[in-house]
Design a protein around this ligand. Structure first.
Ligand code: AMP
Ligand code: GLY
Length: 425
């Protein structure tokens, strides 16, 4: 089979690596890919948002299957467009992708299906939103409705911070149309986890659980990022919690979308908070998490291409997912300044030495080849991943690989997995 993967991050490198192991694969392309993906796929210089050129490319190369990594093309309707052209594509339709593309859509569907989530109200006027915050008090959470590159959520500890967020989103319109409506919700306390399912619109299979580390600094401090590291499984997601999530979250959502005539097909990610009163769903994403995928996919025993094909063809009920009984850790190495402005073009050294240990994977994110050398080309640069029988061993393998890698002013968190280690003590 000829497969095209759309995207250029660590998640897409992990997906391409896993797909490249499939005996069914004859040729793998990635658009636009990155320097690491180029080791397992042929990279094509077409942006993930350029649907027209992607479509032409698929027709020209007679691509058998397209796999979409990031959310933006899904929310923009790439699946509907390609399906109309009879091209097999893995991911949800534009309608179903609203679960991530619109916080209002996702909160309202949760309310309708009685899915546990933070109490909320929706606003389309800044004045009313500010009156609500004045009445409710803090802490409180302000979220723009649409996609905002991970920057649209403000967890406000003071009223001025909440008012400032409302002003930024609705008056200054920093996120444009994405901020025409906002959701204001109760601030929850607890431990976060990522639980991702794959569904063909009817059958649902849970992937192994994981936990992301969203803040830039150790001890979960500093601004939110796309994710600074992950591990799988997450001990906070017990077998009982997985069952509960399947019955109270994933099955009802999948059933509801099918009834509405828009069955969900693809990865459905629930970001949850485990509170003292049980779980709450914080958000849905309509794709694999990044960096969660980098810690989950190395543990998957199945052929990923088989799983994706079964999903696209509506045969997921025949698939049983199997997982290596190991812990997998991913540490993200980022450029100095991330998540704000970063310097790029720094030479990267040590990757081949780090990869000498066969249990270590290096998944690239912002990298490229310049003048024959590997250099940095983004905020998040590399994902260093290792699996082992215990968390301690996985951490030690991952960090000793990180120690072998160098570029000027690189940053990474030294406390990935700290919550899981605490649970095991
Ligand atoms: P979201 O995009 O909705 O997942 O929000 C991004 C991050 O903001 C989450 O991963 C949480 O760390 C935090 N967050 C979102 N909603 C809440 C909430 N209701 N209470 C506390 N923290 C939240
Ligand atoms: N790591 C969080 C996300 O992919 O949204």
């Amino acid at each position: 089979m000829k497969v095209l993967v759309i995207g250029n991050g660590g998640r897409e490198h992990a997906m391409c690596w896993k797909l490249s192991l499939s005996p069914k694969l004859t040729k793998l392309y990635a658009a636009p890919g990155n320097a690491g993906i180029a080791e397992v796929a042929e990279c094509v210089d077409i942006a993930a948002k350029d649907q027209e050129r992607l479509l032409q490319f698929c027709k020209k190369k007679a691509i058998d299957l397209v796999v979409v990594g990031p959310e933006a093309p899904l929310v923009e309707g790439i699946v509907d467009r390609f399906e109309k052209e009879k091209i097999k594509i893995f991911g949800p339709s534009k309608y179903a992708a609203q679960l991530e593309g619109s916080k209002v859509f996702s909160k309202e569907i949760m309310r309708k299906l009685s899915i546990p989530t933070a109490e909320f109200e929706v606003f389309d006027s800044a004045d009313k939103a500010m009156d609500y915050v004045a009445k409710k008090g803090v802490p409180i959470v302000v979220k723009v409705d649409g996609l905002a590159g991970g920057k649209g959520v403000t967890v406000a500890q003071s009223k001025p911070k909440a008012m400032e967020a409302i002003h930024r989103d609705m008056v200054k319109k920093v996120f444009g149309k994405a901020g025409e409506k906002i959701v204001i919700e109760e601030c929850l306390e607890g431990e976060e986890a990522s639980v991702i399912a794959v569904t063909d619109g009817e059958a649902v299979r849970l992937l192994a659980s994981s936990q992301d580390h969203k803040r830039i600094h150790e001890g979960d401090t500093g601004p939110n990022t796309g994710g600074m590291g992950a591990y799988s499984p997450a001990p906070v997601v017990t077998d009982e919690l997985e069952k509960e999530l399947l019955q109270k979250v994933f099955m009802p959502i999948v059933r509801q979308l099918k009834e509405e005539g828009h069955p969900f097909k693809g990865f459905l990610y629930a970001g949850i908070m485990v509170t003292l009163d049980g779980f709450r769903v914080l958000e849905f994403n309509v794709r694999l998490g990044d960096p969660e995928a980098q810690a989950i996919l190395p543990r998957l025993k199945n052929d990923l291409l088989d799983v994706i094909l079964a999903t696209v063809e509506g045969n997921l009920s025949r698939v049983k997912l199997e997982w290596a009984d190991e812990t997998c850790v991913c540490v993200v190495i980022a450029s100095h300044g991330y998540p704000e402005t970063v310097e790029m073009g720094k030479k990267i050294a040590g990757i081949s030495t780090a990869k000498e240990n066969p249990d270590v994977h290096i998944f690239h994110a912002g990298t490229k080849i310049e003048g024959g050398r590997l250099v940095t080309a983004g905020g998040r640069v590399l994902n260093v991943v290792a699996c082992a029988r215990s968390m301690f061993e996985a951490l030690s393998k991952t960090y000793s690989a990180v120690d072998k890698i160098f570029f000027d002013k690189m940053v990474y968190r030294k406390d990935i997995g700290h919550k899981a280690v605490r649970v095991m003590k």
